[in-house]
Design a protein around this ligand. Sequence first.
Ligand code: V47
Length: 440
Amino acid sequence: MTTATMPLPPGGPVPNADPSLEPIRAKVLAGERLTLAEGEMLYSTPDIWTVCELAQLVRERLHPGVAYYNINRHMNYSNVCALSCKFCEFYRKKGDDGAYTRDIDYIRNQALQAIETGATEMHIVGGLHPYLPWDYYPDMMRTIRDAAPKLHIKAFTAVEVVHLAKIAKQYKRTDRKAGIRAVLTELKQAGLGSIPGGGAEVFDDRVHDAAFKGKIRSDEWLDVHLVAHELGLNSNATILYGHIDQRRERLVHMEILRRAQDQALARLGYAGVEYHDPEAENIAATQGLDRRAITLTGEGARLPTPDMAEREAGYFQTIIPLPFIPDGSEMEHLPGPVGLENLRTLAVARLMLDNFPHVKAFWIMQTLPMAQLMLQNGADDIDGTVVWYDITKVGGSTTHQETTVADLQKAIRDAGYEPVERDTLYRRVTREGKNWRTGE
Ligand code: V47
């Protein structure tokens, strides 16, 4: 039988076509919020291509024809950590082989090297160091700002910020936000520009207790981001999936994040609509989050812009789904998610997180070929040149994990998009060599 005479598979030309997704399609087209039950359908349907098509529809509406990358450099000031999370390959105990803590000269040098390559951003995270004094952290910010005033400093995951509030002796159990506000205010004055999305893992107590006991829970992670937003700092969010979590728990995580973003957008003047999802009401109530839904995915919706953050009202910019990388961790026996599960989770995140402007396929963890595929299935950003990455090493890679601008641009062009260099706040960058500016 030739291909031309072969019968079509059951259900027509789309493999596993699922007509029960049509009501979801209608809601996506109308820019309406999907319920948790609809999220479960997106995860359980065999028709993954319709899920991807819908995510792509949203992505195209928000960012037609373009995909973003940046020139950045990741730096870890120390891998010494008081915690021992089971999914983590990065942490060491003081005195262990390979434990390191960078001094201020090293940090200054990193900043100088970053601007030498034209970087616009330095992304800094580290372990919860048990002995470094509080002053080390604002000193680090000032050192970078003085050496490289234009370099945007995106630093400290929420769990680090809570740790800093403790070592700065600002942390009060009775008023957690006050301590967080005190340290973020000082760090911002010293040069901090925004907060990365790490450390969120999966907002679920069962998963927390089994895989990262000792780390802050969802309520404190949210406190840090909500306070950052109140101070006019933008932030990102992650979800670390594909270990002992279940798909339902990922959806609850997304529900909590979008409710927190509803709050940030309400502060920026966005109007919400009444939204009722009986299954989600409890989740919102336990987190004390607003009940009006603000979506950005409808036809003609206006995205928030960085000048809004400068008016003391930050917001979540990007969701970054992080597939669990087992290599070298205590949970190495688990297989980790691959291929279609990664593609589907990214598409589901694009559809459920209807008020997040951007979805990032972080090429270091997804791999560049997969990140490229994701650009056609919901993602609009693939992160940057990175240079040095110590948190995860896919398939035996080392800490030197760098890609060139040419490779990033080629991956984006081959996916059918115009590559747009952005700064951390998603402003377009115009560049001549290592000199750059934003604002056109
Ligand atoms: O906080 C740790 C996660 C995060 C593993 O904000 C792991 O733009 C997978 O947050 N497998 C760090 N994930 C990465 C991160 C990030 C990356 C790129 C951009 C941005 C941004 C944020 O990685 C950690 C933790 O949540 N992580 N171990 C692992 N084995």
